[in-house]
Design a binder for this molecule. Structure first.
Ligand code: COA
Length: 277
């Protein structure tokens, strides 16, 4: 888990260290806008990292001044549209594909929003389980400023996360909000000064690293799934999801019970059991 590997290839960069995969949008000169090339590369990187034993948490951030300035207006919109509907649909499925992959990723994911976050960037922002922003980061649904509706799921993201009034204001005005306001609106969990952002995200990732990985995956999926269920359906889903998780991890939860009830070495209300034993 402490081995360090590093690779930078074109539009996506990543390092794996101490159980955390640090993945970065890597087109700083284009403010990390998402081109078809970046979208294809990101899917490859996610694919490569998902089942590695040394990856237990994934953090998505951006190189330079941006997290992501949304879709690349030239390469994603203008150039694909010039190549016809087939090219447009292919580009959409490549972008939506890696966001969907990230929504249901094997390990917990954290968006570390270091700078600009616009429009299409709300897709991967929502796909990450948790989100931490720099106070200095700037967010906007800027689509209205250049004449389209917030597509690619961005409208759905703000309706899921914000109040109806804030979502409507955000989408209709295209006004920028900073990290502090994004946290107040619950678009992200928290905002902290940029100088302390990586330390705060590392701290949260380290909390997750201590937890049972099967329980983390079952829990993150459950949070997203039950959101659209009735209470009774959720109750039923959760029974079945836990039973399915048990077949992946027969020993972990028994060990968790044993360390609390028999050994009295920890309290589940106050922290995680020792996975190393
Ligand atoms: N699509 C394509 N190119 C983009 C881009 C995008 N979404 N965002 C930035 N770029 C490019 C610029 O065209 C410029 O390219 P150039 O150097 O070849 O001229 C380069 O990135 C730097 O952008 P610039 O505007 O000079 O940087 P800035 O720091 O002054 O401003 C932004 C940053 C993010 C405010 C500004 O680039 C911007 O408004 N981008 C568009 C954001 C947006 O509306 N995205 C929604 C898409 S759905």
């Amino acid at each position: 888990m402490t081995e360090k590997t590093s690779e930078t290839e074109d539009s996506v960069a990543f390092d794996v260290e101490g159980g955390i995969a640090w993945v970065r949008f890597n087109r700083p000169a284009k403010r990390n806008s998402m081109s078809p090339t970046l979208n294809r590369r990101m899917m490859q990187v996610l694919d490569e990292l998902e089942f590695r034993d040394d990856v237990c948490v994934l953090v998505l951030s951006g190189e330079g001044a941006a997290w992501s300035a949304g879709m690349d207006l030239k390469e994603y919109f203008r150039e694909t549209e010039a190549n016809g509907l087939g090219a447009v649909r292919r580009a959409q499925s490549e972008a939506y594909g890696w966001w969907r992959r990230l929504r249901w990723y094997r390990v917990p994911t954290i968006a570390m929003v270091n700078g600009w976050c616009f429009g299409g960037g709300y897709g991967p922002l929502f796909a990450c389980d948790l989100a931490f922003a720099a106070d200095e980061a700037q967010f906007a649904l800027s689509e209205i400023n250049w004449g389209i509706l917030p597509g690619g799921g961005a409208t759905k993201v703000v309706v899921e996360l914000l109040s109806m009034r804030d979502a409507m204001y955000h989408a209709l005005t295209g006004e920028l909000i900073d990290g502090r306001k994004a946290a107040a609106w619950k678009l992200v969990n928290e905002s902290v000064p940029l100088s302390g952002l990586k330390a705060r995200v590392t701290e949260v990732a380290e909390v997750l690293l201590k937890k049972n990985p099967v329980a983390l995956k079952a829990t993150k999926d459950a949070i997203r799934r039950v959101a659209e269920m009735t209470y009774d359906n959720a109750e039923d889903y959760l029974v079945r999801a836990q039973e399915a998780a048990n077949s992946f991890d027969n020993e972990g939860r028994k060990e968790g019970i044993r360390q609390f009830i028999d050994e009295k070495s920890y309290k589940p209300g106050l922290g995680a059991y020792d996975k190393a034993r």
